[in-house]
Ligand binder design. Structure first.
Ligand SMILES: Cc1ncc(COP(=O)(O)O)c(C=O)c1O
Length: 282
């Protein structure tokens, strides 16, 4: 079970494992967070894994400890369901938000929870290809077995670089988080000034996931009609040279995703162009 919007790879990862992805929509009004009632309703006797990602790609939403507890209370009642928690944006949270993860909030779930992390985001080490996981010994052993017969292992140079990143000084993170928060605040406020766009303020990661519902059905000055979020993204690229990813790719429309992992000046220019594009629609 995958709450939508989701990181694009999850459904394909599930398919590759020979399972069937079941997508459960969340709502902008709920901060794109799955409610305990929606989780309870979506669990069936066939449910094997629940994929959880907080802070989220693509929305930036992060669950508080209390929100996670409400979900783990539901999961405790369904003993066959395992939990995969993708914590890769753990360190990128704003406004003093306190990061929590299911196995920590509900230790009784530890024996069926796989907690994932990696050095790609907080340490900007995407190219080093190192992720890591904590979970029940049997599961970790099985993962090791699969990996040893497929990719053998991540290269030792990357492994040592990751050890250095994780064990080395962490003080740079505070400055990073401050810079990201400033970028987030700029992007959210400028997008909310654009006609037809509504943008929530996310708790973490480096994405925003604005709704473009107010632009659907409108036309560009050249007469091209925006029928869906893919049209919005395509026409924005065509008219203003701004690249965003349309919401359908993440399983929830009509939205688009912006990554604000770039400088303030580029973001200001991009948002100015988005405002101009939206103002030109009729
Ligand atoms: C939610 C989430 N999980 C995992 C990853 C994978 O990161 P990597 O393969 O660089 O470790 C990403 C990358 O975009 C992501 O957004």
């Amino acid at each position: 079970m995958i709450p939508a919007p989701y990181w694009v790879s999850y459904p394909d990862i599930v398919l590759l494992a020979g399972a069937e992805p079941v997508v459960v929509d969340t709502k902008l009004e709920d901060g794109f967070k799955l409610t305990p009632a929606a989780l309870e309703k979506a669990i069936t006797p066939k449910t094997k894994w629940f994929i959880f990602n907080s802070p989220s790609n693509p929305t930036g939403s992060a669950y508080t400890r209390a929100e996670i507890k409400a979900l783990t209370d539901v999961l405790l009642r369904h003993e066959r369901v395992w939990v995969l928690s993708d914590d890769i944006y753990e360190h990128l949270v704003y406004d003093g938000f306190e990061f929590s993860t299911p196995a920590q909030v509900e230790p009784k779930l530890k024996d069926r929870t796989l907690t994932l992390n990696g050095v790609s985001k907080a340490y900007s080490m995407t190219g080093w290809r190192i992720g890591y996981a904590g979970g029940p010994a049997e599961l970790i052993k099985a993962i090791g077995k699969l990996q040893s017969q497929s990719t053998s292992n991540p290269c030792s140079i990357s492994q040592w670089a990751a050890v250095e990143a994780l064990r080395g000084p962490q003080d740079f993170l505070a400055d990073w988080v401050k810079a990201f928060q400033e970028r987030r605040d700029l992007v959210v406020s400028m997008l909310n000034e654009a006609d037809g766009i509504t943008c929530a303020t996310p708790e973490g990661a480096f994405y925003v996931y604005p709704s473009c519902a107010g632009t659907i059905g409108k036309k560009t000055p050249k007469g091209d009609v925006i029928n869906n979020d893919e049209d919005f993204a395509t026409l924005l690229l065509q008219e203003e040279g701004v690249a965003v990813v349309h919401g359908e790719a993440f399983g929830l429309s009509p939205f688009f995703r912006i990554s604000y992992a770039t400088g303030l000046e580029a973001l200001r220019e991009a948002c100015t162009r988005i405002q101009r594009f939206c103002a030109s629609l009729s």
